[in-house]
Ligand binder design. Structure first.
Ligand SMILES: NC(=O)c1ccc[n+]([C@@H]2O[C@H](COP(=O)([O-])OP(=O)(O)OC[C@H]3O[C@@H](n4cnc5c(N)ncnc54)[C@H](O)[C@@H]3O)[C@@H](O)[C@H]2O)c1
Length: 350
């Protein structure tokens, strides 16, 4: 029986992942550790709360004693590390917490896992681990920096992150890699493009557009709106992580993407059309400092070596997502509280 520690499992992608694992692998035990920052929400998990193979623990991944206790109590053999500060805009206003959570938090998890998984825990040079253990770091394509008009990110490219968020994620990737090289830790890293889908906090582009459309509020668009991103449905991201957990070669990094490049302004217009709203809601605002112009993912490695492919087309995925937000307005109102609105107005100077 697998005993999986999922960190950040009350956030957008983590909560989708926890639910998928509980449904697909009822013989696994999932321990979800989340600090419940503004981005974490137990409502995302209400379908599975009380499930006999699921435990939620509110804890900080930076708290070594607590993580030790959890490893000892549940005999964890797999870690999937989603926990992070994840919003680029916030990392520009408040970088410090991105460094402590995303870098130090990852190092704490690695250290505790190393101690618990080594065959001889007292031998500090021992590089041999129990069978079947793995540490999977959920990373992002943003660690590569920006592309020009052509080209794609491949796993061997140098990391050139441009925001405090992406720099913190790149640093975490490097420390995960170092634990593999130095200590033989069985790791994988996945680097995924932009996700969309249910339960995404409405500070991120797609739910922000939907929320503002529904409330007939202005939609802030940075610069000329021509920043290009690759978009992947969250359930396809979750299936990629699950594939890497099962089949990924130890020590390897896998890019995850949907071959679905879109300019931000194109997404805004598409959602306005689907919701029958006018373009007059669009409000171009001053561009974000260090804003990367284009990301594109080459996913050849994961598709050819591990046989993973995305299932959703963007057209069906975006319609399903818009319908989910329409059907779950209570959830949206529940997360969009006063603090968020103040932050949002300051951020975009609206
Ligand atoms: N959203 C995307 O498009 C995307 C794309 C690629 C990779 N990623 C990565 O996937 C992961 C999850 O992203 P998301 O969009 O679901 O983020 P999110 O902000 O929705 O969720 C992050 C979760 O981590 C928790 N958390 C934050 N600090 C913590 C701490 N110190 N200890 C324990 N829990 C803590 C939060 O409470 C929240 O539940 C992140 O590591 C992110 O870098 C995201």
């Amino acid at each position: 029986m697998k005993k999986i520690l999922v960190t950040g499992g009350a956030g957008f992608i983590g909560s989708n992942f926890v639910k998928e694992i509980i449904q697909t692998y009822p013989q696994s035990e999932v321990v979800n550790v989340d600090l419940l920052t503004y981005a974490g929400n137990l409502e995302n998990l209400k379908d599975i709360e009380g499930h006999h193979n699921y435990t939620f623990i509110r804890a900080d991944i930076r708290n070594k004693d607590k993580i030790e206790e959890i490893f000892a109590q549940f005999e964890i053999d797999t870690v999937v590390n989603f926990a992070a500060e994840s919003h680029v805009d916030r990392s520009i206003v408040e970088p410090e917490i991105f460094l402590t959570t995303n870098i130090i938090g990852t190092q704490v998890l690695l250290d505790v896992a190393k101690r618990h998984w080594k065959i001889n825990p007292d031998d500090k040079y021992c590089r041999n681990y129990r069978d079947g253990v793995k540490f999977l770091q959920v990373s992002t394509d943003e660690v590569y920096g920006a592309l020009g008009k052509t080209g794609m990110f491949v796993e061997t490219m140098p990391l050139e992150p441009n925001s405090p968020y992406s720099a913190s994620k790149a640093s975490a990737d490097l420390i995960v890699r170092a634990y593999h090289e130095t200590f033989g830790m069985p790791i994988n890293i996945t680097r995924c493009s932009n996700n969309y889908g249910s339960y995404q906090f409405p500070e991120k582009l797609i739910p922000l557009i939907i929320y503002n459309c529904l409330n007939s509020k202005h939609i802030p668009v940075y610069g000329d709106g021509m920043q290009v991103r690759d978009w992947l449905h969250v359930k396809d991201h979750c299936s990629a992580i699950e594939t890497v957990l099962r089949k990924g070669r130890v020590g390897e990094i896998y890019n995850v993407g949907g071959n679905n490049e879109r300019a931000n302004i194109e997404i805004v217009k598409l959602i306005l059309d689907v919701l029958g709203k006018g373009k007059d809601l669009i409000r171009f605002v001053k561009d974000r400092p260090g804003h990367d112009r284009r990301y594109a993912i080459d996913n050849t490695k994961i598709t050819t070596q591990l046989g993973w492919t995305p299932k959703y087309t963007f057209e069906e995925g975006i319609k399903e997502t818009i319908n989910w937000y329409l059907d779950n307005l209570d959830w949206v109102e529940g997360v969009v509280n006063g603090d968020y609105l103040t932050y949002y107005q300051q951020m975009y100077e609206l």
